[in-house]
Design a protein around this ligand. Structure first.
Ligand code: HEC
Ligand code: HEC
Length: 230
């Protein structure tokens, strides 16, 4: 009698395993990761979890065109009229991969409080002016044509169905792409989420080219600021 128990158990277990196989697969929760592309020189992605002194988020979309005027007046002497960096320690703001890895809020914190040889601007420029100048830095790295391409992708690839024409979110799980959310993360993070999928957002790495994904991300970011008219 005893010897029969084991085989019986095995049959039951096998049945359970097969039953588990027949239930419909749940939506993938942990999407396939794509390799991280951030080179070692990149700053740590968005410090959104450690609030920095002087950081206030904008309530309406900062204006990069206005920011460029502020930049030429207050920043170009050290950072170069073309954004490529003039004095020691100043970065090349035209370096696309560097700018993709930087969170605007971290740059805003530097503009506010200064860093190294760079003076603080919290008393020289208003919050709005510092946000305008911060977003203006991305006009050195993000061409207008890329944003235009991104709009086409956003509307044709179905992003708009979940995120809405103005990034307002039409399904409850989708975050609103507001001027205080967008600057908290580098474009790189959004690119990874769009590529590999996140939550119920499907992965797009097999549906869209790299260029299309970057363009769609740069377009999404413009729900958080008004890009410079170039
Ligand atoms: C006196 C020269 C000087 C002026 C003026 C200046 N900067 Fe800077 N800036 C620097 C230097 C040098 C650094 C590098 C600081 C460090 O980390 O040691 C820097 C760093 C930065 C960073 C951080 C970049 C990074 O990769 O972390 C940002 C953003 C920035 N500056 C923006 C601005 C803006 C916007 C203005 C004008 C409102 C401005 N700067 C004016 C010299 C200057
Ligand atoms: C089926 C609905 C759906 C579609 C289609 C979709 N998304 Fe999303 N997206 C979501 C949801 C839901 C989230 C929030 C995910 C989470 O945080 O759990 C999200 C998050 C994001 C984020 C924020 C990612 C982050 O790291 O926080 C970006 C950026 C984004 N989507 C852009 C896009 C773009 C661009 C497209 C088109 C190429 C797109 N989405 C297509 C539903 C969708």
């Amino acid at each position: 009698m005893k010897t029969k128990i084991l085989p019986t158990l095995c049959v039951i277990l096998l049945g359970l395993v097969l039953a588990a196989c027949n239930t419909p697969a749940p939506l993938p929760e942990a999407p396939t990761r794509i390799p991280t592309l951030i080179p070692a020189t990149m700053p740590a992605p968005g410090s959104q979890n450690t609030p920095q002194p002087g950081v206030v988020f904008p309530t309406s979309a900062p204006d990069a065109t206005a920011g460029l005027a502020i930049y030429q007046e207050n920043c170009a002497s050290c950072h170069g009229a073309d954004g490529k960096g003039q004095v020691e320690g100043s970065r090349d703001f035209t370096d696309v991969s560097y700018m993709r890895g930087a969170a605007p809020v971290d740059f805003f914190a530097v503009v506010t409080n200064g860093a190294g040889e760079m003076p603080a601007f919290k008393d020289e420029l208003s919050d709005d002016e510092r946000w305008n100048a911060t977003w203006a830095l991305w006009s050195f790295a993000v061409p207008a044509e890329q944003i235009a391409q991104g709009k086409t992708v956003y509307e044709s690839a179905g992003c708009v169905n979940c995120h809405g024409a103005n990034g307002e979110g039409v399904i409850p799980q989708a975050r609103k792409f507001t001027p205080d959310f967008i600057p908290q993360y580098p474009a790189q993070q959004y690119y990874q989420s769009v590529s590999a999928g996140k939550g119920i957002m499907p992965a797009h790495q097999d549906r869209l080219s790299e260029d299309e994904r970057w363009a769609s991300v740069e377009y999404v970011r413009t729900f958080g600021y008004q890009p410079a008219s170039q």
